[in-house]
Write a new protein. Structure first.
Length: 325
């Protein structure tokens, strides 16, 4: 028997949550043949142009959070502007209600859906963040969240800060190991918490829960002997794991029923997450208020009262982690 699904179109008959595909997958690329101000070239590549594109995010959203962190780590804040939506979403989707007059200053729109529907009037999916919107035309270039951060690393190098880290390993075998880890973490952890939280059958929930904690145990073992997932340096996969870990105790443990243990009860993962949190580019991009208000006050099939819990105490995030010794 299945029950009310948060997203009916993405709920399989088994009760499993099956995420919608990313509809807009334009690329902004250094190899685009388009000139400044032009649209995409014949291969669909938009030109890299500082000041032209707007990254629209919710600070609550883990998929968007990745792009906020990577943009900051690479020093792309002046090249790509940031729009932050109200953490509360209703049936009209994300809204720019934190802004003056309830409209985004550059895009001039009240709801993100306006950009989606301008790009594809027949679009019927969810209007999701992150999205990169072209400020010249108001069109959505991409909502392809896995590709967005990769392109910030590889296509925007001309605008990286001089001390920007290499977030993608260059040695092919190390890159392959990195990418395999990315896949495992996406399936079992990043999307795994959603598969647990949005499951509408006991079986689908239990399968997601088991996969999640098996993978977290394996990652905890891996991080026992290395500071970061790929060794001594932070890479993209650390960013991707961090955005789920930092939300774990605040929303996934309770709201999504991922409650075998809290992050703070796994000494290795907890120290690793604090290490990242205390690294420039990570902690200052975390907004626990947006995170909690979004999850608890938006997913009304899971939390019908929309009451937002007061805890947990987040002061532990700034305590010493000891991972550098
Ligand atoms: N683009 C992806 C992932 C991004 C995503 O799910 N973002 C969420 C926030 S974490 C969102 O924008 N949801 C809007 C909605 O459900 O209406 C998808 O379509 O599943």
């Amino acid at each position: 028997m299945t029950h009310r699904a948060p997203f009916v179109a993405e709920s399989a008959p088994s009760g499993e949550f099956v995420r919608q595909p990313n509809r807009f997958n334009g690329r902004i690329s250094a190899s685009s043949r388009s000139g400044p101000g032009d649209g995409p070239d014949a291969d669909g590549l938009w030109p890299v142009e500082p000041g032209r594109y707007r990254l629209v995010v919710s600070l609550a959203c883990p998929w968007a959070h990745r792009s906020v962190i990577v943009r900051r780590l690479l020093g792309l804040e002046d090249a790509i502007s940031l729009a932050v939506v109200d953490p509360i979403r209703d049936e009209r989707g994300w809204r720019f209600w934190l802004d003056e007059d309830h409209h985004d200053a550059l895009l001039g729109i009240e709801f993100l859906s306006e950009a989606y529907l301008r790009t594809d009037p027949a679009f019927t999916g969810r209007f999701t963040v992150p999205a990169i919107v072209d400020t010249r035309t108001g069109l959505v270039v991409t909502n392809d969240y896995p590709q967005i951060t990769l392109d910030l690393s590889t296509e925007w190098t001309a605008f990286h800060a001089p001390d920007a880290p290499d977030l993608l390993p260059s040695e092919p075998s190390v890159r392959a190991e990195h990418d395999a880890l990315v896949e495992d973490i996406f399936r079992d952890v990043n999307n795994g918490v959603y598969r647990a939280g949005f499951a509408t059958s006991q079986g689908a929930y239990e399968q997601a829960y088991a996969q999640l904690f098996d993978r977290l145990d394996a990652l905890s073992d891996r991080l026992r002997t290395r500071r970061f997932l790929m060794g001594d340096a932070i890479t993209e996969v650390d960013v991707r794991l961090f955005t789920t870990l930092v939300r774990f105790d605040a929303v996934y443990h309770g709201h999504f029923k991922c409650n075998r243990n809290k992050l703070t009860e796994d000494p290795v993962l907890w120290a690793y997450a604090r290490d990242l949190y205390q690294t420039a580019g990570f902690g200052e991009t975390v907004d626990f208020d947006h995170i909690k208000r979004h999850y608890y006050a938006t997913h009304d099939t899971i939390n019908p009262t929309l009451v937002v819990p007061l805890g947990p105490d987040t002061s532990g995030w700034t305590t010493p982690h000891g991972r550098d010794s």
